[in-house]
Design a protein around this ligand. Sequence first.
Ligand code: GUN
Length: 283
Amino acid sequence: MTARFFDLDALGLRLLEDSRNRAGTLRARGIVPCLALVEVGEDPQSATYVARKIEDCRKVGIEVRKVVLPASVTRSELLTQIQMLDTDVSVSGILVQLPLPSHLDENAVIQAISPHKDVDGLHPVNLLSLTTSEPTVIPCTVRGIDALLLQTGLALDGARVAILGRGKLVGLPASLLLSGQSRNTTVTILHRKSKNLGNILRNSDIIITASGSAHLVTPDMVRAGAVVIDVGMSWPEGMLCGDVHPDVSEVAGWMTPPDRSFGVMTRMMLLKTVLDLAEKKGT
Ligand code: GUN
């Protein structure tokens, strides 16, 4: 079997166009969608991610309010900034770029954002809603994964899903959404202490990887015809590597392109979520 590759670029362009139309419709109703982006410190990777998000917003007509704070910012100064954005009626959604410097408590920062302005979908109220039949805000990368699963036409009810990684941006929320009442799959979460990794992966209809371990998933671990979605990234020798070995394409049914960033999907879903929040505010 040779896998069909998800065409992330084509899908990304379609999503961009759709967001441009939605932003135009909102603006015609007098609602200006606006994303507040909070960046703390000078992590070069975070700065690149934030710059791309700003560029995407500009392309579709979403206003951006960028707040840059020094790495030495105190918890109370950061929470005050968030509070101001949270009560500002012109702001549709707030995103605090992660990771934060280690002296700041990420969970406290996430919880300072009201659930209805939480574009990341990481507030406990939004996370819990992922388990219900009506999720409120789906975290951007997970929303991208969900869109790809929909594209395969695979019936999700009862499907066996293995998720490699339990981080708060991808693995954890993906497990809540996919095992919840809206998607109804059976999820196994795997992490660095998990035993029988290969056996569990081989028994899965869907594999989602977000571990950052280069080429950890090899063809012998994958069931023929499985759907394999790789959002992991690492740079072992300066080159971008996914978690999935390229040869997995010889056995999988559907697969993300090997050693490629999933970023375009995450970024396009961010636009979609900002527009969702702006639309909800306007109704
Ligand atoms: N850092 C890397 N990805 C993300 C994301 O999706 N949201 C936030 N807030 N920070 C990130």
